[in-house]
Design a protein around this ligand. Structure first.
Ligand SMILES: [Zn+2]
Length: 154
């Protein structure tokens, strides 16, 4: 994608503070960090969102996916090893979810002890009106997940 800022970073056309790079995945510091050390983990395939990841995964796509998750896991581990007190992993799909670059990425956000928890992560930030609404939301997700599993032949 010629107009994708992450593809340009991966191609070396835009500079970045790289933390990790292989043939399949790269990780670099976010230019607008939520905390110092905020890293973006990006596949070297232009998959806009999770919904665009090929399914079933096979071959090189599978290898990219596996390394993507391994890199997220290792960076969270590295943040703790480097002395941060915690780490968030965040992934956004679509503008409504706060995705600002249309190239799949995972945020690994190291957190210092005593830091502020972002409001959107606060437990209880949203509440169901009642158990019926809660059950309806769960049913909606179960139905959609069943559709996805059927579509993917699982
Ligand atoms: Zn891209």
């Amino acid at each position: 994608m010629s107009d994708c800022i992450f593809c340009k970073i991966l191609a070396g056309e835009i500079p970045s503070a790289k933390v990790y790079e292989s043939g399949r995945v790269a990780a670099f510091l976010d230019i607008g960090p939520m905390e110092k050390g905020h890293v973006l983990v990006v596949p070297k395939r232009h998959w806009p969102t999770l919904a665009d990841v090929p399914a079933p995964l096979a071959g090189e796509d599978r290898a990219v996916w596996d390394e993507l998750f391994d890199t997220v896991r290792r960076l969270a581990k590295a943040a703790l090893r480097a002395g941060w007190a915690g780490a968030n992993v965040l992934q956004c799909n679509g503008e409504a979810a706060g995705q600002t670059v249309g190239h799949l990425h995972f945020h690994v956000i190291p957190r210092p002890a005593g830091g502020a928890v972002p409001p959107a992560f606060e437990s209880g930030a949203a509440r169901y009106a009642d158990d019926a609404e809660r059950d309806a939301v769960a049913a909606k997700l179960r139905t959609a997940l069943a559709d996805v599993l059927r579509d993917e032949g699982v």
